[in-house]
Design a protein around this ligand. Sequence first.
Ligand SMILES: [Zn+2]
Length: 345
Amino acid sequence: MELKDQKPPKELEPIIDYEDCTDYVPSSVQLEYEENIRRRMKARRRAAERRRVNRNRTIALILLLIIIFVIVRSCTKGSGENDKEKDQTSSVSQSEPDKHNDVRDSSAGKDKNGGSVRSAEEHKIEQSNGMTFVDGILIVNKTYSLPADYDPGVSAAAQNAFDEMSSDAMNDGIYLFVNSGYRSYAEQVELYDGYAYERGVDEADKVSSRPGHSEHQTGLTFDVNSTEFSFEDTAEAKWLAAHCSDYGFIIRYPKGKEDITGYAYEPWHIRYLGVENAKAVEESGLCLEEYLGITSDYADAENTYSYDGDTTGAEGQDPDNSAYSSDYGDENGGNDGYGYGYVNG
Ligand SMILES: [Zn+2]
């Protein structure tokens, strides 16, 4: 608002002539002061401009770094996949089965959180010395087998977990014991060929794993108490199903997943995965094949075992075997998978 626009109070009118104010000339001190202010404002503007430029430069640099990071990462990921392919083709040159033992015995979940980047659907399949690890978990089923000379015996970690579990079960008045644990390739040959000799390969496949395809050869698997379907309704089976993941085990062949696991429901057959993995599988509600995104089918197996027909029967080789021999006659059709209570998964 200009000074001259203002109307002065009436009583002062004669004293101040406002027209004179237009002729006002500032003193040199005032001019210097104004010039100073102007200089300072200019300096401040320049500083602000410098800051703005610096900020933009920083943002550009960060963007550049992100772009470089993304490019480098996609390159290393690509070469990682190449390595994986190499692993699958040249399995013999692979090293350190001990390292894999540690991984499969404790927690393969490490893989998920660390190093390799992948989406939820991607699973890391590694083959080493004829064994297959999916996300660090040793996998044995109808698609994936173990070499004949893989002979680890019972895993100490699995045995300790079982002992702890059975001791805690005992406190609840539940008695759990190992019916069948580690089984060597040679034992499985005798078992399977015995069935094949008696009944033919198709029937043998319904009740027994082919050699190399039995999870019992991993040393990480136990058949608990009874391998008859009546086990399902016992307090022991219920306790096992409710608590085994607390000790690192899963019921490996769940009910309703027969077509995916390739095996009938086996409430007695538990597989050691370590607590972290067992909990994760249990919480997922999936069977291990679904959880790892793999199949279980002999048709997919790389080198399918061939029965030569020369081997004689194997009576008494396995607790499951005697049950098989005595109960085979009253099988109830078999189409639902429950006719054969003695699958040696
Ligand atoms: Zn079993």
